[in-house]
Design a protein around this ligand. Structure first.
Ligand code: RM4
Length: 253
């Protein structure tokens, strides 16, 4: 049990990578708090799956781009689960769009959710961990797109680079409190975020052709790396980033 009797909290936990990580945390012995933009009814299946592991599950519907959501989430976590040990900033959007005519509102929404939302949440989680005085672990879901570009992602890739950098600076700021901060960098993972994009079979196959392991990722491929970075097994790892991309990034030819 890598997370035995710990409290694990994650944003965007009702689906995709967040859901997979939340379920693995429960399997590894953690009580789990989830926030997401969807209704509690929509999140019920993952909450029930967590409880089926014999662990407590709490949910807060909210928009991470609103600073008060972070405060509310930490409040629910401490009230219902008694504290916080592992926090994962996962919520993110990627509304694919060309660069030259990208509407300002698309840019501000993407930055608001992916970068500002991550900042608000990580800051609130860190303050709670400092108050507790027993250290903790913070993981941010960045992306391979922190390291490389996308013609239809000019509004998105800077936010993922920012999240990666936020973990590096948070690691420096929080090491004195025993709080570790790391990021995972998923490659192309089949989730709702890219369902439309990957419905283009030609693009999907071209992406697979770049991946040495020969397949696109699935959310469960991120669950183990996230739980590991949150566990005592990663006790001397902070400021690090872990590519989870099937080898895509290193494959030039
Ligand atoms: C990732 C990467 C993937 C894309 C998703 C939406 O960072 O760019 O290729 O499918 O974002």
């Amino acid at each position: 049990m890598l997370l035995n009797n710990r409290v694990f909290a994650i944003t965007g936990g009702a689906s995709g990578i967040g859901r997979a990580a939340a379920l693995e945390a429960a399997r590894q012995g953690a009580d789990v708090a989830i926030t997401d933009i969807v209704t509690r009814e929509a999140a019920e299946p993952v909450l029930e799956a967590i409880k089926a592991c014999g662990r407590r599950a709490v949910y807060l519907q909210g928009d991470v781009s609103a600073p008060e959501t972070a405060t509310r989430f930490i409040g629910v976590i401490t009230e219902k689960l008694g504290g916080l040990d592992v926090f994962v900033s996962n919520a993110g959007i990627c509304p694919f769009h060309a660069f030259l005519d990208l509407p300002p509102e698309t840019l501000t929404k993407t930055v608001g959710v992916n970068l500002l939302g991550a900042y608000f949440m990580v800051q609130a989680a860190a303050n709670q961990m400092v108050r507790q005085g027993r250290g903790g672990a913070i993981i941010a879901v960045s992306s391979i797109s922190a390291l490389v570009g996308g013609a239809y992602q000019t509004h998105y890739t800077p936010t993922k680079a920012g999240v990666h950098s936020l973990m590096q600076s948070s690691a420096v700021a929080l090491g004195q409190y025993g709080i570790r901060c790391n990021s995972v960098l998923p490659g192309t993972i089949r989730t709702a975020i890219n369902e439309d994009d990957l419905s283009n079979e030609g693009k999907a196959q071209a992406m697979v052709g770049r991946i040495p392991l020969g397949r696109l990722g699935v959310p469960e491929d991120l669950a183990g790396p996230i739980v590991f970075l949150g566990s005592p097994m990663a006790g001397y790892i902070t400021g690090a980033s872990l590519l989870v991309d099937g080898g895509c990034f290193v494959n030039l030819q």
